[in-house]
Design a protein around this ligand. Structure first.
Ligand code: HAM
Length: 424
């Protein structure tokens, strides 16, 4: 038993699962990059008040799940539970909102929530997120959803569902809230649910207990009480999703766990994930920037759970990142051969070929075993005699055929061979 283990509820990703993790995150980031989102790097801890005000005091995230502590200077800081509030803080602080709009940003990294750990629910979770700030144009809503969808597709995922709804805005939600509260007043609720209904009645709709679902089946829904502007906005988003051939389900009972949402909200749900089925989610937050002391600019974004996307890929039998550690594995037999192979490895790497070598003076048999474990498609074997002849043996690890190639032609030959052979 090791003296230390990772903190409870915090996953480690070590090889080989770390390859899958890096591949999933890379593909989600690439989808955002292709749509013109600029990278932003932010601190993992912020002033506690930023989250209290931005995410909302009544949310579970803020009231129960934050890692909050006083630093040595007595300031209350919090490990970020989500990314949107920090992005808005930075946009305001650096005046990005005074430049060209929309501001489109992408980030990746760890977030922290003191939740009860279970499969797919961690206390340190990893997200890739994007935010598009500056317009309430429904085309941006559709783009944000499309970037997530394309990210999932590029991983090979197909078995997920997209739920969408609209939460209305300052014009229609207060009246709806009153309507819902009046409805809830006539329903027998336990004390905790009653308290929740007073604080945030919309969240009661999310109660998964069957008897509650039954009681709430006739509850009024926001989607049926949108004002004209919100209705037109939502219809425009759905028309664009249709045009983009992105399948969706209208889910008027969807409840997001953060308070800043307005209008379009959405969630990607993967049934292969069990109870923690939310692979990613997001929506509009048209009041957030003003709430945090900035000008009144609208925004929309998503956060995709990298951990859960990886689990979803596993559930679909996909193996992202399984292309192996290297394309070429060098096996030097002797010290002089090692020096020559290191030089050759440098040239190959500079030409974009992924190369690893056998270290530690390993004999041919053991080194060949290591070559096959490495996932390389070719082994480069260099013995003393080859070196004298200025040749290297190139062995195709698929067909097991080998041939001698002049050292000075090795880079060119391997690049051609790699281009001609398909990955395993
Ligand atoms: P969120 O729905 O709270 O949204 O989190 C986004 C995703 O992070 C979830 O769909 C899930 O995949 C993953 N996630 C959340 N909690 C955990 C956990 N405990 N363990 C593993 N994965 C988890 C946000 O965070 C918003 N900031 C998204 C957003 C950006 N909205 C607008 N812009």
């Amino acid at each position: 038993m090791a003296d230390f283990t990772a903190p409870k509820g915090v996953p480690d990703y070590v090889p080989p699962s770390s390859w899958a993790f890096a591949a999933v995150r890379g593909k989600l980031l690439a989808a955002a990059d292709r749509a013109g989102y600029a990278p932003i790097e932010l601190p993992v801890f912020e002033d506690t008040a930023l989250f209290a005000r931005g995410v909302g005091e009544s949310t579970d995230v803020v009231s129960k799940e934050m890692y909050t502590f006083a630093d040595r200077g007595g300031r209350s800081v919090t490990l970020r539970p989500e990314g949107t509030a920090g992005v808005m803080r930075a946009v305001i602080e650096h005046g990005l909102d005074r430049g060209g709009l929309p501001i489109k940003l992408v980030y990746a990294g760890p977030f922290f929530r003191y939740e009860r750990p279970q499969a797919g629910r961690y206390r340190q979770l990893q997200q890739v997120g994007i935010e598009a700030i500056g317009f309430d144009d429904p085309a941006l809503d559709a783009e944000v959803i499309a970037v997530a969808h394309e990210g999932f597709r590029s991983i090979g995922l197909t078995g997920y569902r997209l739920d969408v709804t609209s939460l209305g805005d300052g014009a229609c939600r207060p009246a709806y809230r009153e309507l819902l509260q009046a409805f809830l007043a006539g329903v027998p609720l336990d004390e905790e649910t009653r308290r929740r209904a007073e604080l945030n009645p919309l969240r009661v709709l999310d109660d998964k207990r069957p008897q509650m679902q039954e009681l709430l089946s006739r509850a009024p829904l926001m989607l049926e009480h949108l004002c004209q502007d919100c209705r037109a906005h939502f219809d425009a988003v759905l028309r664009l999703l249709d045009a983009l051939a992105i399948p969706y389900t209208r889910n008027p009972r969807m409840v997001r766990g953060l308070d800043y949402y307005t209008r379009t909200t959405f969630e990607f749900v993967h049934p292969g994930l069990g109870a923690q089925s939310g692979m990613g989610g997001g929506g509009r937050y048209d009041g957030l920037m003003a709430e945090l002391g900035g000008q009144s600019l609208s925004g929309i974004g998503f956060g995709i759970g990298v951990d859960r996307t990886m689990l979803a890929a596993q559930a679909e039998g996909l193996t992202p990142g399984s292309t192996g550690r290297c394309d070429v594995y060098g096996i030097p037999l002797g010290a002089a051969a090692m020096q020559a192979l290191m030089v050759l490895a440098g040239e190959l790497r500079a030409a974009g070929v992924r190369v690893d070598l056998s270290y530690g003076g390993r004999a041919l048999k053991g080194a060949m075993k290591a070559a096959s474990v490495s996932g390389a498609r070719f082994a480069l074997i260099l013995g003393e005699r080859d070196l004298q002849e200025s040749c290297v043996i190139v062995k195709d690890l698929g067909t097991q055929q080998q041939r001698a190639v002049p050292l000075e032609a090795a880079v060119q030959t391997l690049r051609q061979d790699l281009a001609a052979s398909s990955p395993p």
